[in-house]
Design a binder for this molecule. Structure first.
Ligand code: SF4
Ligand code: SF4
Ligand code: FES
Length: 513
C-alpha cells in the first residue's frame, strides 16, 4: 500500500487509488467538476490540478494514481494560479444567470468562483457565445446549453450506467454544446440522475425548479418505499411539505442513483386523500372520534375473539411486530400480504417488480405473503378484521367479502376504497412521517426517519399500534420506534443483534431467516 503526503499530512492508501480519493480520506477538498466516484474518469475539466513534487507540470488529481512517497500540494501558489485560470476559462462564455438560476445554492461554479477565483471577468458581455436555453429534453429534465461546462458527467451516465446514450456533444471549439442525440429524448427509467450529477445549472428538474430555494430546505435521511430495493434517499422538505427525493450514497444498495419512479413517489405521500382523524361509523356515515375512544372501541371488539389481522408489505418491521403482539394478546390470526401491479416494471439494475418496501420483513417475521388472507376472509367465525395498510377492496376486488365482515378496522394513510366497508378508520403516517425500518429484497434492514409531521390527528403507525396494545391491557409500553425494534430484535432471530444505532445511516443485513 503506497503512502502519500498531501499538504503535509501522510496517509497510506490502497493500490491504484487516485490523488483525489486519497485527499478525500484526509478531508482535503480538491475542487473538481468532471470527476464523479460513480462514473469512469474523463479528466477533461482540469479543475483538480495539483502540484506534485518532482513533476515538472501540474497534474490532475482525478486521474493520477498515488505512488509511494508522492508529495502533493493542493494550495501552493502554482495550484492557485491554475485554479483561477481554469475558472476564468470556464466562465468565459457562461451566462450571467445566477440570480435566475435554479441551481443556486448547489452550483459548483458559484461555489468554486467564491472559493478559488474571485476575479472580474475580462470578457465583454456582448462577446459571449449564445446557445439554447430552457430546452425540455425529457419528461423530467430541462437543459440550458449556455450553462453547461462540458464536464461530460451526464454523457458518461447515459453511456456507462443506463447504456441508453441519449446525450452527446456537438459542434467544435467554443460552440460545442450538449444536446440530445438525433431522434432521442432523455426518457429512460433513471433519467433524473443527470440532474443530481450536473455540477452546474445546465440540467435541472422540471418538477422541482423554481418551487423552493435549496437553502431553505431541510434534509432527512430515509429510504425509498416505492419498491423492494430500498434505495437510500434524502428527503428535502420545509414546513411540513416534501419538495423532492434525491439519492443518497450506499454502495451496498443503490451506489449513487435512484430510479425516476421512486424519485417522483414523494408525491404519493402527500396526496389529497389523507386521513386526518379517527373515524367511527355512526348510524349511517362516519363520525370523527377522539383517539382514545376509537382505540377503546377497537380493543373491546378484539377482546371478544374471532379476530383476523392482515398486514401489508407497506408496513414497517416495527408495525409488523406490534401487530403480531396484538394478535397474540387476543388470539387472532395474522397474515401478510404483498401487492404489486401485474407486469410492474423491473430491471436488473435497481428497480424491483415487488413494489413494496418490506416484503422481506414480513417473511422474516413468519408472515410470508400467501393464501392465508383468502382463508381468513372466508372463515365462518371471523368477527373482526383489522387491515393494516392493506387496501383489499381496490387491490383484489374483495369488496363483497369485506361487506360480510361483521366489524372492520382499517389503519391507513389515505381514504381508499376499503375504508367504505370499515366500522373504524384509524389515520396513520407515511414512512416520511415516522421512525422505523424496512428490510429490502436482499435482507438489508434500513432505517427511515420522520421528515415531516403526519397531518391532522394522524399518528405514526407504531404509536397507534403501541396505544392499541395498551388499550388491550398488555403491559409493555413502547416510548419509541427504537424500543419496538429492540423488542423485535430480542425476540425474532433474523433481527437479533441489530439496533437503531448499529444500523446507522447505511443499514445492516438481517441474519438469514
Ligand atoms: S450538462 Fe451538466 S453534467 Fe452534462 S456536460 Fe454539461 S455541465 Fe456536465
Ligand atoms: S429502485 Fe425502487 S427503491 Fe430505488 S428509487 Fe426506484 S422505486 Fe425507489
Ligand atoms: S475533476 Fe479532474 S480533470 Fe475534471
Amino acid at each position: 500500500m503506497p503512502t502519500v503526503e498531501i499538504d503535509g499530512r501522510r496517509i497510506e492508501v490502497p493500490d491504484g487509488e487516485t490523488v483525489i480519493q486519497a485527499a478525500e480520506r484526509l478531508d482535503i477538498e480538491i475542487p473538481h467538476y468532471c470527476w464523479h466516484p460513480g462514473l469512469p474518469i474523463a479528466g477533461n475539466c482540469r479543475m483538480c490540478l495539483v502540484d506534485i513534487e518532482k513533476s515538472p507540470k501540474l497534474q490532475i488529481a482525478c486521474n493520477t494514481r498515488v505512488a509511494d512517497g508522492m508529495v502533493v500540494h493542493t494550495t501552493s501558489e502554482k495550484t492557485k494560479v491554475a485554479q483561477r485560470a481554469v475558472l476564468e476559462f470556464l466562465l468565459i462564455n457562461h451566462p450571467i444567470d445566477c440570480p435566475v438560476c435554479d441551481q443556486a445554492g448547489e452550483c459548483k461554479l458559484q461555489e468554486y468562483y467564491m472559493d478559488y477565483d474571485r476575479q472580474r471577468s475580462r470578457i465583454p458581455l456582448p462577446e459571449k457565445v449564445h446557445k439554447k436555453k430552457a430546452k425540455p429534453i425529457g419528461p423530467l429534465v430541462i437543459l440550458d446549453q449556455e450553462r453547461c461546462i462540458l464536464c461530460s458527467r451526464c454523457v458518461r451516465f447515459v453511456d456507462e450506467v443506463t447504456h441508453t446514450s441519449e446525450l452527446a456533444f456537438y459542434q467544435r471549439g467554443d460552440h460545442v454544446e450538449l444536446d440530445l442525440a438525433p431522434g432521442k429524448t432523455l426518457d429512460n427509467p433513471y433519467s433524473a440522475n443527470v440532474i443530481d450529477i450536473c455540477p452546474v445549472g445546465a440540467l435541472t428538474s422540471r418538477d422541482f425548479r423554481f418551487r423552493a430555494r435549496v437553502w431553505y430546505l431541510e434534509r432527512t435521511e430515509s429510504v425509498c418505499g416505492a419498491c423492494a430495493n430500498g434505495c437510500n434517499i434524502q428527503i428535502y422538505h420545509r414546513e411540513g411539505t416534501i419538495y423532492r427525493f434525491q439519492p443518497r450514497e450506499n454502495d451496498a444498495v443503490n451506489q449513487y442513483w435512484m430510479c425516476d419512479a421512486g424519485r417522483m413517489s414523494y408525491r404519493d405521500l402527500q396526496g389529497e386523500g389523507r386521513l386526518l382523524q379517527p373515524l367511527v361509523r355512526g348510524a349511517d356515515e362516519f363520525v370523527p372520534a377522539m383517539w382514545e375512544s376509537a382505540l377503546g372501541a377497537v380493543a373491546a371488539r378484539l377482546r371478544e375473539g374471532g379476530a383476523g389481522i392482515v398486514v401489508s408489505a407497506q408496513a414497517s418491521n416495527e408495525e409488523v411486530y406490534l401487530l403480531r403482539r396484538i394478535a397474540a394478546a387476543v388470539s387472532a390470526r395474522v397474515a401478510g400480504i404483498s401487492r404489486s401491479p401485474p407486469g410492474a416494471f423491473h430491471d436488473d439494475f435497481l428497480v424491483k417488480a415487488d413494489k413494496n418496501p418490506n416484503t422481506q420483513g414480513l417473511r422474516l417475521q413468519g408472515l410470508a405473503p400467501g393464501g392465508a388472507v383468502d382463508e381468513m376472509l372466508s372463515a365462518a367465525d371471523l368477527r373482526t378484521l383489522v387491515l393494516h395498510r392493506a387496501d383489499l377492496a381496490s387491490w383484489r376486488g374483495a369488496g363483497a367479502a369485506l361487506e360480510r365482515v361483521p366489524y372492520l378496522v382499517v389503519l391507513d394513510t389515505d381514504l381508499r376504497e376499503t375504508a367504505e366497508y370499515a366500522n373504524v378508520v384509524l389515520p396513520i403516517g407515511t414512512y416520511a412521517e415516522s421512525d422505523g425500518t424496512f428490510t429490502n429484497h436482499a435482507g438489508r434492514v434500513q432505517r427511515f426517519r420522520p421528515a415531516v409531521k403526519a397531518p391532522g390527528a394522524a399518528r405514526p403507525g407504531w404509536e397507534v399500534l403501541g396505544a392499541l396494545l395498551v388499550a388491550l391491557g398488555v403491559e409493555t409500553r413502547f416510548g419509541s420506534a427504537e424500543a419496538v425494534f429492540a423488542a423485535l430484535a430480542a425476540e425474532c432471530p433474523p433481527f437479533s443483534g441489530l439496533g437503531y444505532e448499529a444500523l446507522g445511516t447505511q443499514g445492516g443485513p438481517a441474519a438469514a431467516g
